[in-house]
Write a protein that binds this ligand. Structure first.
Ligand SMILES: CC(C)(COP(=O)(O)OP(=O)(O)OC[C@H]1O[C@@H](n2cnc3c(N)ncnc32)[C@H](O)[C@@H]1OP(=O)(O)O)[C@@H](O)C(=O)NCCC(=O)NCCS
Length: 192
């Protein structure tokens, strides 16, 4: 059997299940644009808090966790044609915005809150500390990136695999590491 046919056969049930899933989530209040693809995503609470623009693709086991009382605007918004790879989680109590044409690698975690802490008190018993998190257009997050609350990642920025982003990233910057810092292409290696 030709390779292209094998791949089409493998994708056929995925496409069908995606359409059924999208219809069910829309019925629950999630705002999903046209030509989106959702492969076994998890929306544990507040589907009305998620807005996906046209052409968004969420791959297997992506988690869209939004929580808090119902309000007028979504807590998780993902821009047009953005792709999110497998096992990535968005954890929003206030607001996470992802731009258009963004590429998010597998096993990433993006949040907009911390637990407050105090000696002798369980973190879960304290209120959350919340600050809006924004990822710009055409950003690329490599595999296993963590984006902390309140961070703004500028348009066209690149975040290396395994980074923990604790501060804003300038548009077009390349950052990596824990905490994420600017990286320059290594000397002696060819870069366009
Ligand atoms: C960030 C990245 C794009 C940088 O690529 P690059 O511009 O070619 O950079 P280089 O490989 O020349 O490395 C430049 C420097 O940054 C360091 N660096 C690169 N990636 C790093 C990372 N993820 N974490 C820590 N340091 C990193 C290199 O060690 C090098 O430092 P040195 O000069 O002190 O040796 C790339 O390394 C990366 O992490 N890509 C993500 C891959 C991925 O996750 N793919 C799958 C998901 S879509």
């Amino acid at each position: 059997m030709p390779d292209a046919l094998i791949n089409r056969l493998l994708r056929a049930p995925v496409g069908l299940r995606s359409r059924v899933r999208i219809a069910a989530l829309r019925a629950c209040g999630m705002q999903i644009g046209r030509r989106c693809r959702l492969v076994r995503v998890s929306v544990p609470t507040n589907p009305w808090d998620v807005r996906l623009h046209d052409g968004v693709a969420l791959d297997e086991r992506v988690v869209l966790l939004a929580f808090g009382p119902r309000r007028g605007s979504p807590r998780i918004e993902i821009g047009a044609r953005t792709y999110v790879n497998r096992h990535t989680m968005f954890d929003a109590s206030l607001s996470i915005t992802v731009g258009a044409d963004v590429m998010i690698g597998p096993f990433c975690y993006v949040t907009d809150h911390d637990h407050d802490t105090a000696p002798g008190v369980a973190p879960g018993a304290l209120p959350l500390v919340e600050v809006e998190t924004i990822i710009g257009d055409r950003v690329w997050l490599g595999a296993g990136v963590t984006v902390m609350k309140g961070v703004r990642i500028g348009d066209d920025a690149v975040v290396g695999a395994g980074a923990v982003v604790t501060r804003d990233v300038a548009p077009g910057a390349r950052v990596a590491g824990v905490p994420a810092r600017a990286v320059m292409p290594s000397a002696g290696r060819a870069h366009a």
